[in-house]
Design a protein around this ligand. Structure first.
Ligand code: NAI
Ligand code: MG
Length: 405
């Protein structure tokens, strides 16, 4: 059998660092694959005016599965200034390669698990009934619709006449905004399609069934945002009733969810939401399990493209350190999601167990887990470097296997 080929997309800053660590863990686990490295990120914007070169898109199209570190994005004026002088003034404009990837491959399903590890000093704690400290273990998986909603980019300031006229056909617009001068109007549209909404809901329910989650919670705002959130809630009820009767369907409003988050996070299993509320909910839940060093994600398209990446960015301030200090766990967990997608559930479980054991033992901790400010000195103050953390995970993987022999 020929080996699989995975597209490895290091990107910028710590993206490249943590990707390399994840590849070391995959190798140590015995996962067999060839890696083809793809160009993405700021360097390629500066050099060739495109942070997501066509050759990279071709590579992903060919091999279908990508492991992605993170990229750097900067505001337009900085992008212009850093562009290769030979290309300046030739109509190049910067746009985020992450959004570009999502749009190009229609990666409409984004999955963001937030699971606490026992013994992680960053776990959320609260007071119980008798004022005792409780540490509820969070096991939430957020399904975020990744291509629509407020992030689809259909927006205007000073909208053109046709748009304005269309808005004027809505009585609420007439009542509330018709006296506002058109040039003072900024409008961002929140678009949900039936097809994409159904797809994210089905993905959430199927995941709940496969991994034995008792409930799926729709986290939107259907009492106020009646058309779009209302569509998701209505479809969720149909899907649950017709196809997933054994799974409980819950409904929370995003605002209330943010409050309940710290009251009873253990009560939630799978959460499904549109693009923006899914973004908010996944960052909020990630905060309960240790933050960006632990937040992994996967994105899928309907036609079989899958991209796995940590939620964090390129953390430029830590990128130039001689010894990298950032936590590789989010990236390693993203690689585990990839293994599960490829049917390598055993390898993934072994890696996850090794990560869990290292965290629970608490002997090797990166600076974030030691609640230190991120500085090069953390290494001298007892924090593990990125590669020491990875080494500990690899050692544990090996010793767990030995103990099972
Ligand atoms: P960031 O996620 O890169 O870093 C924010 C802070 O989180 C860091 O300063 C650090 O304190 C912490 N952090 C991040 N990753 C960590 C890790 N693995 N271990 C320990 N601590 C970690 O977000 P920021 O600073 O807002 O953005 C930096 C750049 O990254 C920007 O150019 C931004 O556009 C880009 N970005 C890219 C993303 C991606 O590639 N998916 C996502 C978010 C931001
Ligand atoms: Mg976010």
């Amino acid at each position: 059998m020929s080996k699989r080929t995975i597209v490895a997309l290091p990107g910028d800053g710590i993206g490249a660092v943590v990707l390399n660590e994840a590849l070391r863990v995959l190798d140590a686990s015995g996962f067999e694959a060839d890696y083809e490295f793809g160009d993405i990120g700021w360097e390629f914007w500066c050099r060739e005016g495109n942070p997501l070169p066509v050759r990279t898109l071709e590579l992903i199209k060919k091999h279908k599965v990508a492991l992605f570190g993170a990229i750097t994005s900067k505001p337009n004026d900085e992008a212009k200034a850093e562009l290769n002088p030979l290309l300046q003034g030739k109509g190049y404009t910067y746009s985020s390669p992450i959004v570009g990837l999502r749009q190009h491959f229609d990666l409409d399903i984004c999955v963001r698990p937030c699971k606490s590890y026992k013994g992680n000093p960053l776990n959320f704690v609260r007071r119980g009934k008798e004022a005792q400290i409780e540490e509820p273990l969070v096991d939430v998986v957020i399904f975020r619709q990744n291509t629509e909603c407020l992030y689809s980019g259909v927006e205007w300031t000073n909208p053109p006449a046709q748009v304005y006229q269309a808005l004027m056909t809505h009585p609420k617009f007439v009542d509330n905004f018709s006296k506002v001068p058109v040039e003072e109007l900024s409008i961002s549209t929140r678009i949900f399609t039936r097809k994409a909404t159904k797809r994210i809901l089905l993905a959430a329910f199927e995941y709940a069934r496969k991994y034995n989650y008792k409930s799926v919670t729709v986290c939107e705002k259907p009492n106020v945002v009646r058309e779009t959130s209302g569509l998701m809630w209505k479809l969720a009820k149909e899907i649950q009733k017709n196809s997933f009767p054994e799974i409980k369907l819950l409904n929370t409003n995003i605002d209330a969810q943010m409050m309940w988050l710290t009251k009873n996070p253990e009560d939630y299993g799978v959460i499904v939401a549109g693009n923006m509320f899914g973004d908010i909910a996944s960052d909020a839940f990630a905060g309960l399990i240790g933050g960006l060093g632990f937040a992994c994600s996967a994105q899928f398209s309907a036609d079989g493209i899958a991209v796995f990446e940590p939620t964090h960015g390129s953390a430029p301030k830590y990128a130039g350190y001689d010894v990298s200090i950032v936590n590789p766990v989010a990236m390693i967990e993203s690689a585990c999601m990839m293994l599960e997608y490829l049917g390598e559930d055993i390898l993934s479980a072994e890696i996850r167990k090794a990560v869990a054991d290292v965290i629970e033992e608490g002997k090797t901790r990166t600076y974030d887990m030691m609640k230190m400010a991120g500085k090069p000195e953390v290494i001298n103050n007892g924090a593990a470097s990125t590669s020491q953390m990875t080494d500990a995970i690899i050692e544990k993987l090996k010793s767990n296997r030995k103990n099972h022999e």
